[in-house]
Design a protein around this ligand. Structure first.
Ligand code: PEP
Ligand code: MN
Length: 343
């Protein structure tokens, strides 16, 4: 249920509505849009009745939301959410490219990559210090040492850092070093972890689980928002299908679909989405055409020597080529009839 306040509602009236709803055992979440103030009713709504709320002063409308997610829905917040990370904005219409190696392997590797991707137009640096590997015998990441190298790379280049957190107990540690905390596909439904990142004041990059439906994906984002953190960037990274020629199938359908049902920004990961270097560039471009707010791409100065995900990692030359294509595509999309993207 959402309560839409009238444009002339006073602060006092808003407080009254919030207090009334909370006295009935539910929780509230206020969204202050440009035009309207909307109060989301979440939690235990058993005693909350529409009729009682509709008559309170300042209330314009009470709307039931039939979808299982609320705070992430367009009904709750009509305008797009823009996630701000330093000077970078994700979701403002200008696609943002996040690039870097799958794993942080050492100080030189990450600093060198950071300098190279920045030169080519990346605005954020990626790199895993805690790695979710399918096999326990694969490289598990450098842990805190890796976080220190990421910090060094940020100091050297000014690039803001995106890195994965795998355990609720590590959230505080990772948040000390990272500008954006990534929740990986395998942890999309680690609810304890989602709640933990919901309590911090840093943006979260939430990757779609490899077999998650759109509703499950959005409900995972809802966990984070319901704990108070609304700086969530969704990320499509491919799902498991029956095809055998690629690691995953990049579900680009989900991009315009997310835009329709949610206000959150969505970026696309064509590296994990395909698992094959030669597919990364075409799918990256397709993602932008589909309306993605950005890309996250694996890049390494010597891809064949990558300690993880070598097959899907771009070289600096390939990344250079991708960025040139991205720039001309973005220019074309801006210049071209905007109506192809309007509804
Ligand atoms: C990664 O970004 O390196 C990663 C492990 O991604 P995903 O969780 O999407 O597999
Ligand atoms: Mn990877």
């Amino acid at each position: 249920m959402v309560i839409v306040m009238s444009q002339h509602a006073t602060e006092e009236e808003i407080v009254q509505v919030v207090e009334f709803v909370e006295s009935l055992g539910a929780r509230t979440h206020i969204s202050r849009g440009e035009e309207k103030i909307v109060i989301g009713v979440i939690g235990d709504k058993r005693n909350v009745q529409k009729e009682q709320i509709r008559v309170l002063p300042g209330v314009e409308e009470v709307v039931s939301i039939l979808k299982p997610y609320k705070l992430v829905s367009r009904e709750f917040k009509e305008e797009d959410t823009i996630v701000r990370i330093g000077d970078v904005e994700i979701g403002s219409g200008e696609p943002v490219v996040i690039a870097g190696p799958c794993s942080v392997e050492g100080e030189r590797q990450i600093v060198e990559t950071a300098i190279a991707v920045k030169q080519r137009g990346a605005l954020l640096l990626r790199g895993g210090a805690f790695k979710p590997r399918t096999s326990p015998y694969s490289f598990q990441g450098l842990g805190e040492e890796g976080l220190r190298y990421l910090k060094k790379a940020r100091e050297e280049t000014g690039l803001l850092v995106v890195t994965e957190v795998m355990d609720a107990m590590d959230v505080e540690l990772v948040a000390e070093y990272a500008d954006v905390l990534q929740i990986g596909a395998r942890n999309m439904q680690n609810f304890k972890l989602l709640k933990a990142v919901g309590k911090i004041d840093k943006p979260v990059l939430l990757k779609r689980g490899m077999s998650a439906t759109l509703t499950e994906f959005l409900l995972s984002a809802e966990y984070i928002l319901s704990e108070g953190n609304s700086q969530v960037i969704l990320c499509e990274r491919g799902i498991r299908t029956f095809v055998e020629y690629s690691r995953n199938t990049l579900d680009l359908n989900v991009v315009p679909m997310v835009k329709k049902v949610s206000h959150l920004p969505i970026i696309v990961d064509p590296s994990h989405g395909t698992g094959r270097r030669e597919l990364v560039i075409p799918l990256a471009l397709a993602a932008l055409v589909a309306g993605a707010d950005g890309l996250i791409v694996e890049v390494h100065p010597h891809p064949e020597q990558s300690w993880s995900d070598a097959d899907q990692t771009l070289s600096l030359e390939e990344f250079d080529f991708l960025m040139k294509k991205v720039k001309s595509l973005v220019r074309w999309m801006k210049h071209e009839d905007e109506s192809i993207y309007s509804h």
